[in-house]
Design a protein around this ligand. Structure first.
Ligand code: GDP
Ligand code: CA
Length: 310
């Protein structure tokens, strides 16, 4: 079965691993957020693409929750001792990849081609596509001013309450080669349990991706990143409270108007199922915490089973 998955970084990457374990990994295409991308010390860094790449290559650091396993930090220690920019943490192994990507981009290769090469080199069979090859940058307008995504998330520890998410460059951005094809050929479209507003939102802000989802002929199933109205990690709950008016499963569904047929939601939120149904979305209630490989696989299978909705 061909599956296309819209995803952000860490939460999405875990889910994607479950999907790639449950079906033929080569039949899966990940369409990944690039709104968090940034330049650090002259290097092009794509945090969500790399989280997906590292997870699928099985070299992600599961305990830290981001970056590569067996990481060391010598380069960053040198950067720090020289008084240069060190707020964005890059490990030595991670840096090696950024050097290679930056060089290829400077030589004119599109991000999608560079990503395909990196994935092949790491033995990843799943297709990993940036949502777009063009510049798309997420900005947050907060009560304390406007910040680029990583400045708000990392440097300011996502403390500033967000009034608005802006995806600069998104409306003009064209989907990367392969994105629309993957959405058209998929028998099932999935939205990973990523932050709906800052991980999935920037992908859907690319007009032709959004309209491909609106015109889908196959089911689209989202997985909620909230459990008991709380995020497993990160700012999703606070953002939903402020921007969508609440943190129930129905509020998660409301981030995807007309775009999803079903929502996989946690047992802890079972009381929200009726409200989700009333919004025209089928609730699929199950355990959604991916605490180990078996749980990840079960969640993937619950989402894949929704293909029967067709
Ligand atoms: P980021 O780009 O690295 O911030 O990652 P994502 O946006 O893809 O994922 C962050 C979201 O993943 C958070 O809102 C978490 O609540 C959610 N998340 C992380 N682990 C789990 C899990 O095991 N189950 C569910 N349902 N959500 C999770
Ligand atoms: Ca991210």
């Amino acid at each position: 079965m061909k599956v296309a998955v819209l995803t952000g970084g860490v939460g999405g990457a875990r889910f994607l691993r479950g999907i790639a374990e449950a079906v033929d990994p080569a039949a899966v295409t990940a369409i990944v957020n690039v709104g968090d991308d940034l330049e650090v010390l002259g290097l092009s860094v794509s945090p969500d693409l790399d989280s997906v790449l590292y997870a699928l290559a099985e070299i992600a650091d599961e305990e830290r929750g981001w970056g590569r396993s067996d990481e060391t930090w010598n380069a960053l220690a040198t950067v720090e001792s020289l008084g240069a920019e060190s707020w964005f943490r890059l490990g030595d192994r991670d840096l090696g990849l950024h050097v290679v990507r930056t060089r290829a981009l400077r030589e004119g290769a599109p991000l999608s081609a560079v990503t395909a090469k990196l994935a092949a080199a790491l033995g990843v069979e799943t297709t990993i596509l940036p949502a777009t090859d063009e510049q798309l940058r997420t900005w947050l307008d907060t009560t304390n001013g406007s910040f680029s995504f990583q400045e708000w998330f990392v440097a300011r520890a996502h403390r500033d309450p967000v009034d608005r998410v802006r995806c600069e460059g998104a409306t003009e951005a064209r989907p990367a080669p392969g994105v629309l094809e993957a959405l058209h050929e998929a028998e099932l479209i999935l939205i990973a349990p990523s932050n709906p507003l800052v991980s999935i939102g920037p992908i859907l802000a690319v007009e032709r991706i959004r309209s491909a989802l609106e015109r889908r002929r196959v089911p689209c199933v989202a997985v909620s990143p909230l459990i008991g109205g709380l995020a497993v990690k990160g700012p999703a709950a606070g953002m939903l409270q402020r921007l969508q008016g609440g943190t129930t499963a129905a509020h998660v569904a409301s981030c995807y108007p007309g775009l999803i047929d079903a929502l996989v939601m946690d047992e802890a939120d079972a009381a929200d199922a009726d409200a989700v149904s009333s919004a025209g979305v089928r609730p699929i209630v199950t355990h959604t915490l991916m605490h180990d490989a078996a749980a990840r696989r079960r969640l993937a299978e619950a989402a894949l089973d929704a293909v029967a909705l067709a």
